[in-house]
Design a protein around this ligand. Structure first.
Ligand code: URA
Length: 233
């Protein structure tokens, strides 16, 4: 059983104070009966809830797309650094974790969820999912550099990097697509061809694209289609 105000926070994306206000102003029903007390309880997945007449469906898990800002570490807690989970409101952040990691100075698409099984599936090294990075580099790549990056480069690991794709935008900007997620991989790949990363932003993961309308630090819930897409990866 769960309190109605908590249910609204979890499933309708309201803050605790918005949820309380909605209940107190008679906008909420449980099993078609208006509720007036925030202490009222319901059985998730069994009882039906409406807010302003619209059904609020029980969601076991939450899935968010975050446009990660620079200066935040991809962790749940850190004694010295700001973490991406701190960007979520306190009602939402319980049990949330990042799907993989981006470096502190990397920006862009980071998935955040409390679905541990999906996290485990998506970060498995066996996944052959391309992740696209918009990379600002110090100098233009040569044809040989592109060939090396696409075939696999030595980044001082036991194995060469897996085949990648390079799309040149201009002398200082490329899109590099890789299927692995080794430590500082993109930066080390560029160093391996005598170049260096100035700025790094992840723009997609498989068919999931970073939403252009999210500015750095903003997040939104994934749509049902996006969640299905992720589960199918
Ligand atoms: N590669 C890097 O070097 N850093 C990231 O944050 C992601 C990929």
């Amino acid at each position: 059983m769960i309190r109605i105000d908590k249910y609204l926070c979890d499933n309708a994306g309201l803050s605790r104070s918005e949820a309380k206000k909605a209940v107190l102003s008679s906008k909420v029903t449980i099993n078609n009966i208006p509720v007036k007390r925030c202490e009222a309880k319901l059985l998730e997945g069994t009882d039906t809830v409406t807010l302003n007449g619209d059904p609020i469906i029980y969601e076991k898990y939450s899935y968010y797309m975050l446009n990660k800002p620079s200066g935040y570490v991809s962790a749940n807690s850190d004694s010295r650094e700001k973490t991406v989970i701190e960007l979520f409101s306190s009602e939402k952040k319980k049990n949330l974790a990042c799907v993989g990691r981006l470096d502190k100075d990397t920006t862009g698409l980071l998935l955040v969820t409390n679905d541990g099984e999906l996290i485990h599936k998506l970060i498995s090294p066996r996944k052959n999912v391309f992740k696209d990075y918009l990379v600002t580099i110090v100098k233009a790549l040569t044809v040989e550099d592109i060939k090396a990056l696409e075939e696999g480069v030595d980044i001082n690991d036991p194995a060469l990097t897996r085949p990648a794709k390079v799309r040149v935008i201009d002398d200082n900007n490329i899109i590099l697509s890789i299927t692995e997620g080794r430590f500082h991989q993109v930066k080390r790949m560029l160093i391996a061809v005598g170049n260096a990363v100035v700025k790094l932003k992840r723009i997609s993961e498989g068919s999931l694209k970073l939403d252009d309308s999210l500015s750095e630090g903003q997040y939104r819930k994934l749509t049902p289609d996006e969640i299905d897409m992720l589960k199918a990866l």
